[in-house]
Design a protein around this ligand. Structure first.
Ligand SMILES: *[C@@H]1O[C@H](CO)[C@@H](O)[C@H](O)[C@H]1NC(C)=O
Ligand SMILES: *[C@@H]1O[C@H](CO)[C@@H](O)[C@H](O)[C@H]1NC(C)=O
Length: 152
């Protein structure tokens, strides 16, 4: 068989992820803190591209799992997701097509899921109109949460 195969999977809600998603306590706490700020409002489409056998694909799949959690999806129900599975050793990447016409690409081979969450917030979540960020319901827990600043 040839060395190149391409499958395109379209999905709407969540990605089936085979395997345990256990992370060390500190990292998953840091990630859930980041996820509270994640909003898909500025995003039109997210495209994941990866070779499942690539040696550096795991963190991309973690991020994919986090960003497609129901809570995150609720921030923009019309945002679409696409996954391209490639078996040609290409480095994993994630492309975000934004509502404003821009495109942001994460070359994610050497990034951790936490770094991807941070990058997403730094470059994408910030583009959401302020009041929509405030609207994200956050359940308060022991950790101190940031109270959104009201615009005067
Ligand atoms: C959700 O994304 C679409 C593009 O897919 C965009 O047009 C729309 O403004 C976004 N919705 C919200 C509530 O921001
Ligand atoms: C990831 O790191 C490896 C080894 O340091 C390097 O060869 C590769 O070019 C890097 N890839 C990306 C996408 O940064």
């Amino acid at each position: 068989m040839g060395g190149y195969q391409l499958f395109v999977i379209l999905f709407t809600m969540s990605i089936p992820f085979a395997g345990a998603l256990k992370r060390s306590g500190g990292v998953s706490e840091a990630i859930s803190r980041q996820l509270k700020s994640v909003t898909l409002k500025p995003v039109k489409r997210v495209s994941f591209k990866f070779d499942p056998f690539h040696e550096r694909v795991v963190e991309t799949r973690y991020f994919m799992h986090y960003i497609t959690a129901p809570k995150v999806l609720k921030t923009n129900l019309t945002c679409s997701f696409k996954t391209e599975i490639q078996c040609d050793r290409t480095d994993p990447s994630i492309t975000f097509k934004l509502v404003n016409g821009e495109e942001i690409v994460f070359k994610s081979a050497n990034l951790t899921a936490l770094e991807m969450c941070k990058l997403f917030n730094k470059h994408i979540s910030v583009l959401a109109p302020e009041e929509t960020v405030v609207a994200a319901p956050i359940t308060a827990k022991a950790s101190k949460k940031v109270t959104p600043v009201k615009k005067k």
